[in-house]
Design a protein around this ligand. Structure first.
Ligand SMILES: [Zn+2]
Length: 499
């Protein structure tokens, strides 16, 4: 997390000079794998973020001297649980750095493994992404997206759709990257072969990030969405469809681009934008995205496009901290991370899950924090290799009402519920997978739901307010609930279920 300090009093926002705030940052566009001169793996990502922080501090110094900043970046701190996981094993501990960015959405390059093996393009690449993103300790920081080539359908009609389904339901990848230029389908964006894939992504409720280099491509993507909206056979897909236009169509000030963002399912991502592009993007968005049924800052996501691009991402962060940016800290938090997490939207799960009834365990935390006893014990099992951690997903506020940030002197809340989360765990033999859903309650109670039913897991949302909408879950739970009075009993009961 990036710690920023208010440079002066901002009475209209209730902010005092010197107050510090924590911003949770998600990079929504990041490549891993190998493509010609580019190679990147998790350690490369963390090193890049350390470099980005170094560069940002240098740039911030100049900006501060010119009185351009409203908040100055002063520190980088990890969130507790991921950092605990990294420091639990010696070979992981040296990677416990680069915490300017807390979470990274990772997908393949148009890489050297592209055509390897039989079947769909990107199969090997998607396997590699899953290998990097769904195991401890990287699973606490990385979110994997798949990539497919719509043109595979020229060889085998449903090859790309099948690969997407496999990547999401078997590997646990949680979104899709499509690249019309690299896979040569710019002219076919509105064609059946692309629609089939987009439809499947919508049905699987995973977001799609499309590379866009100009407004024309972005408009084609929007036209495709409109086609789907108007045809009944796409009704199910439309319910889950979320489309991110990478690089904001490289048209940050073009009203035609911002017109597309008014569509309820379309979003923009900031990588490649730098210098004057950056203030123009945010100014145009806040001018044009009004009276549209959402707040303008819900529509933009921070991304780096590492390793194609590097430290220019600092321009975006520093602009958000500058006097020129007209939004609030809550707008900044949405753009830097909240929106990306909301779009991913569901806890990690795969079809490894059996169909057992969910169980709920609760415990009082009056004397001792049951949450920290449970975390310490689970992290120890992960470090030993008894369990593997496939993902850690914090609960979130509704994106429509992301709260104002609180200064660190008052707890440093930035909207992310660090005490309520989903941990997806796997047994050592990879045969069983569980969601451990930890929720802290205001009355010093903690609840933990153990779930290993894929269908029920797909109904879960990381949005805390959505939880009431899971009736199947709650009927099961009333009959499968146990109350514990000590953290140790609570923890060992949970452990005994994770086998
Ligand atoms: Zn890219």
């Amino acid at each position: 997390m990036l710690v920023v300090r208010a440079i002066e009093d901002q009475p209209e926002k209730g902010i005092k000079k010197g107050q510090k705030f924590r911003l949770y940052i998600v990079d929504a566009h990041h490549h891993m794998g190998r493509e010609k001169g580019h190679t990147n793996t998790p350690p490369g990502a963390y090193e890049f973020y350390a470099l980005l922080w170094f560069e940002m501090q240098r740039m911030a110094k100049d900006l501060k001297e010119n009185d351009a900043l409203l908040f100055e970046p002063v520190d980088v701190v990890p969130s507790t649980l991921p950092s605990k996981c990294f420091s639990s094993r010696k070979s992981w501990a040296r990677l416990n750095h680069g915490w300017l960015v807390d979470r990274t959405i990772v997908f393949p390059f148009t890489d050297d493994y592209l055509g390897e093996g039989k079947g769909a393009s990107f199969k090997v690449s998607n396997d590699k992404i899953a290998g990097w993103t769904t195991r401890a300790p990287h699973s606490t920081r990385l979110i994997g997206f798949a990539r497919v080539d719509p043109k595979d359908s020229l060889r085998s009609k449903n090859a790309a759709v099948r690969e997407l389904t496999r990547a999401v339901t078997k590997l646990g990848l949680r979104g899709l990257k499509l690249h019309p230029v690299a896979q040569l389908f710019v002219e076919e964006i509105e064609d059946e072969m692309t629609l089939r894939i987009v439809r499947k992504a919508g049905e699987l409720k995973v977001p799609i990030i499309f590379d866009t280099r100009n407004v024309r491509t972005a408009q084609r993507i929007h036209a495709m969405v409109e086609t789907m909206r108007n045809e009944p056979k796409y009704a199910k897909a439309m319910k889950g469809l979320k489309v991110i236009l990478a690089h904001c169509g490289m048209s940050p000030g073009d009203p035609h681009f911002h017109e597309l963002l008014r569509d309820p399912v379309i979003y923009g991502e900031t990588s490649t934008l730098h210098d004057q592009d950056v203030p123009i993007l945010f100014r145009t968005a806040s001018d044009m995205l009004t009276n549209a049924g959402f707040h303008w800052s819900e529509k933009l996501l921070f991304g780096t496009d590492y390793s194609f691009l590097s430290v220019q991402a600092a321009d975006v962060i520093l602009h958000l901290l500058s006097r020129d940016f007209l939004g609030s800290l809550s707008d900044i938090q949405r753009i830097l991370g909240g929106n990306a997490l909301s779009l991913v939207g569901t806890p990690f799960r795969t079809k490894r899950m059996a169909h057992e009834n969910p169980r709920m365990l609760t415990c009082t935390q009056k004397k001792k924090s049951a949450r920290s006893v449970l975390e310490t014990s689970l992290i120890a099992r992960i470090a030993e290799g008894v369990l593997d951690l496939a993902s850690l997903d914090y609960m979130l506020p509704p994106k429509t009402t992301w709260p104002d940030l609180r200064p660190m002197s008052a707890g440093g809340d930035n909207g992310i519920y660090f005490d309520s989360y989903f941990m997806t765990l796997r047994t050592r033999d990879n045969a069983r997978e569980f969601i451990v859903w930890v929720k802290s309650h205001p009355n010093d109670m903690i609840s933990c739901i153990i779930l290993n039913d894929y269908k029920k897991a797909t109904m879960l949302s990381t949005e805390l307010a959505q939880q009431k909408k899971h009736p199947i879950l709650s009927t099961d739970l009333t009959s499968n609930s146990q109350l514990f009075s000590t953290p140790n009993e609570f923890t060992s009961a949970i452990e005994s279920m994770l086998r």
